[in-house]
Structures are given as C-alpha cells and as structure tokens.
Write a protein that binds this ligand. Sequence first.
Ligand code: ATR
Length: 287
Amino acid sequence: MKITGTTRLAGIIGWPVSHSRSPLLHGFWLDETGIDGAYLPLPVKPDHIEQALRALPVLGFQGCNLTVPHKQTALAVVDRVDPLARRIGAINTIVVTPDGSLGGTNTDAFGFRENLREAAPQWKPNAGPAVILGAGGAARAVIVALSDAGAAEIRMVNRTLKRAEAVAGDLATPQTRITIHSWEEVGAVQRQAGLLVNATSLGMVGEPPLILDLSLLPLSAPVVDIVYVPLETELLAAARRRGHPVVDGLGMLLHQGRPGFEAWFGESVQVTERLRTAMLATLAPVR
Ligand code: ATR
C-alpha cells in the first residue's frame, strides 16, 4: 500500500483497538481493489469519543467503524442514525457526508443475514421459531435481522431475564413474537425450532464452553455461532456430529465490513474463499 496526497481515509475507533481484525479485513479489500485508500486503527478513550468523531470531517476522513466501548455512546453523538441502528441501539459504522455531518448505521444485522444466506441457503424465515441464546448487543442485531427477514417467533434464552425482557420490549413487533426463557428451558425451547443461534460470548476463547443438548432440535435447523475464535466451537462441533447445517461466526465479521467499505471507498467487495483463508490465518486461538 502506498499513501499519497489523495489517499481516502477510514479507520476503526475503539479502546483498546489493537485486537481488532478490521484493519486486516479492509486492508485486504484495499489491496484487492487497488483503491488509493487506507484504513487505520484509531485508539480513542471513552472520554474523547465526541471530539474524535467531530474531527473525522475536519481531517478529511470518509468515516469509520466503531468497536467496544463506543457503539452505544457514539449513537448519541452523530447527526443522523438510521432506523435499523436505532432499533439495535448501537452504531458500528459512520459515514461522513459532503456537508461534514455524520451518519450512523449498524451493519451487524446485515453481516448476520448475509452469512446465514451464504452458509445455510436452504434456511427460510418460516422454517419454525428461531432460538437465540443471549440478550446483548450481538443478540439485538441477530433479532433485528431475523425479524426483518420475516421470522414470526423468536425464543430468547438469557441468564439475566431482565435484560431479555428489555430486548423483547424494544424489538418485538406485530409480525415477530419474542418469548423469554431461562437456561433451564434451553433444551425444551428447541422443540420444532427452525434455527439456533449462539449470540452469547460462551464458547469464545477464554470463556466457558457452550455445551448444549441438541436432541430436541430438528435436524433441518441450522446452528449458528457468532463466536469466531475458535472457529469451530464446541456448539458447532456438536451440531456437526448430529448432522445440522452449521454456520460459523467468521462470515458475519467479514460481511459486516462490506457496507462501510462501499460507502467510504466507492467500490463493492465480496467475501471470497481467499479472504476467509487470509483472515483465518490471523485467528489462531491462543489457549
Ligand atoms: P455483545 O455486545 O457481544 O453481545 P454483551 O452485551 O456483553 O456482549 O452480551 C454478552 C451475552 O453473553 C449476554 O447475553 C450474557 O448474558 P447476561 O445478559 O446474563 O449477562 C451472555 N453471557 C456471557 N457470559 C455468560 C455466562 N457465563 N453464562 C451465561 N451467559 C453469559
């Protein structure tokens, strides 16, 4: 990559940001497309987020991604938030418009949906209730994606029931019913389900594994894990042994980057096998 006087700039703002794979992802696409652009890691402390975001147009940035801990706070700073991001309650992508204002969106739901479409093309929203484990930011994006795809029933399992109630209150619609369940019910809620998604951090390297009895889940139901380190979680291994279609979390990470890249650098990009292989090489779990 060569930086010139006309290089278009974007980056990812987080604190810390050194763990983020987004510079590698966007760097791959920049190399592949040959665009005169650069995507930088931008470590910004929580107290400085407003200053940093307001500086983006001043410094000539096209926009940025946001990661922990800024996804919610940035929503209150930007000038416009699209309805999807407002429902999710967080933004992960900012686009600077020509008048210097900031538009915020959330591409996690898009990433989830595209990954599911690609890895489990046979899945249909009317296949049966979707079981979602978790009620954090990731679960909210998954629920919005499924609801917008036309899922009629979502069964949410979470340790903290109050949190799940708040999510259901925010995201249930006349078309999408959301029921709330404790972990004691995690076996029973799989009955007649059409999809199971782990949107908790369980199974991630350094976290407890997610060991589920999948015996009541219909074999046609895809099992999705949003965890991508390790790529093959215990949940996915168990689902594979039973013969379920399985969907790992790497594709969601890769697809969620596409809308930002397209907005900042003006070219559409794809998630190819070559990209997956390049990213996989950087994801070796440290155990
Ligand atoms: P993210 O933004 O990635 O979704 P988060 O908002 O911290 O992260 O949410 C993490 C999810 O994993 C939550 O659903 C959390 O359950 P609680 O709402 O009860 O905290 C779930 N989670 C994390 N560790 C867990 C554990 N040991 N057992 C059960 N659930 C866990």
